[in-house]
Design a protein around this ligand. Structure first.
Ligand code: NAD
Length: 352
């Protein structure tokens, strides 16, 4: 059975991938995660006793640890998700983003290269380094058009700039050393187990609690929404069938403005609470100062991954949002655990 070294597997997307891939039963996963504020072992409760999952608490910047894990577990691939991931936090404190997203990715690449070059030729050929990145590296679109794998890089936030830097390092390690790397650039994910600072969980929890729902600027910024479980399935396709040296854009073909997303969440909460009309939680919406440098629109052309890897998202947005809202309503213990019981819903990202 193949062993995969996953990084960031206690976070939002990583934990979904770990739960899904362990349930498929055909891979052994070693999960390296620092358990920052965004990661939690509670998100991995369903795989805690699985012989197919080994959790290691540690830092991707720790060279010795990374070298030891590679030597001990002899993985056939690395799937790299560990990152600082919140744009607003990158505005307030970009250094941490440079350290984790750039230096951390560099450390993984460099240690993986040393391990990979000593493998027998057939194993070297089959090895993969899958780097999970974002569509935010391409910058912002106007009202029309889409990004694809050939779009130029124009990152606007410190977060996007550090992800772009890591993508360039990944590309360079393929071109210079021949390391079989693949980069994926995905659109906005939503679903359960996301730290409640991002739009969907924050709005869901505030609506459930009858608290003000902050909407940045006009709320007309557009994102392409992808359910996290669909993303994890796409990453499995990329791992199994992707071509080294290639990049793949993974989108949900599902454009919505932030305000439309907020309305969909409010409708789901109203349905749960039996509230409607003048009592709808839409009345909690408050328009607040926009995020500095807020990208206007992202949209991805995912035809490459559709045509070459046979993957398409299957979760309908309205259904996915309803299930996500219900999950937050029913999993307050997880919210309390990951936030340490603190109210972490205050405004970030205005420090400029
Ligand atoms: P997340 O913030 O929920 O989780 C990140 C995980 O990385 C956490 O478990 C954290 O503990 C871990 N981590 C952070 N620093 C670490 C370090 N130095 N060493 C080891 N582990 C560390 O993020 P997410 O939303 O799950 O995103 C995962 C990846 O997907 C990131 O690389 C992100 O850039 C990318 N991505 C996210 C989205 C999205 O919508 N969430 C979209 C596109 C791409």
């Amino acid at each position: 059975m193949q062993t995969i070294l996953v990084t960031g597997g206690a976070g939002f997307i990583g934990s979904c991938l770990v739960r899904q891939w362990v349930a498929q039963g055909d891979l052994r996963l070693v999960n390296l995660d620092l358990l920052t504020y965004a990661g939690s072992r509670t998100s991995l409760a369903t795989v805690a006793d699985s012989p197919l999952h080994t959790f290691v608490e540690g830092d991707i910047r720790d060279r010795e640890l990374v070298a030891r894990l590679l030597a001990e577990h002899r993985p056939t691939a690395m799937v790299h998700l560990a990152a600082e991931s919140h744009v607003d936090r990158s505005i307030d404190g970009p250094q941490r983003f440079v350290e984790t997203n750039v230096v951390g990715t560099f450390t993984l690449l460099d240690e993986t290269r040393k391990y990979w070059r000593e493998l027998p030729a057939d194993q070297r050929e089959r090895f993969r380094f899958v780097h999970v990145s974002t569509d935010e590296v391409y910058g912002a679109l106007g009202d029309s058009g889409t990004f694809d794998e050939l779009s130029p890089y124009q990152p606007n936030s410190p977060y996007a700039a550090t992800k772009a830097s890591s993508d360039h390092l990944v590309r360079a390690y393929h071109r210079t050393y021949g390391l079989p790397t693949i980069t994926t650039n995905s659109s906005n994910n939503y679903g359960p187990y996301q730290y409640p600072e991002k739009l969907v969980p924050l709005v869901a929890l505030n609506a459930l609690d009858g608290r003000p729902i902050p909407v940045y600027g006009s709320g007309n910024q557009v994102r392409d929404w992808l359910h996290v479980a669909d993303h994890a399935q796409a990453l499995r396709k990329v791992l199994d069938q992707g071509t080294p040296g290639e990049t793949y854009c993974i989108g949900g073909d599902c454009e919505h403005s932030n305000l439309e997303v907020v309305h969909a969440i409010c409708d789901a909460v109203d349905q749960l609470n039996g509230t409607a009309g003048p009592n709808s939680c839409r009345k909690l919406i408050e328009f607040v100062a926009d995020r500095p440098g807020h990208d206007w629109r992202y949209a991805l052309d995912s035809s490459k991954v559709h045509e070459q890897l046979g993957w398409k998202p299957t979760t309908e947005f309205a259904v996915g949002i309803r299930k996500t809202v219900r999950w937050y309503a029913e999993n307050r213990a997880w919210v309390d655990e990951i936030t340490g019981g603190n109210d972490r819903r205050g405004r970030l990202g205005l420090d400029c």
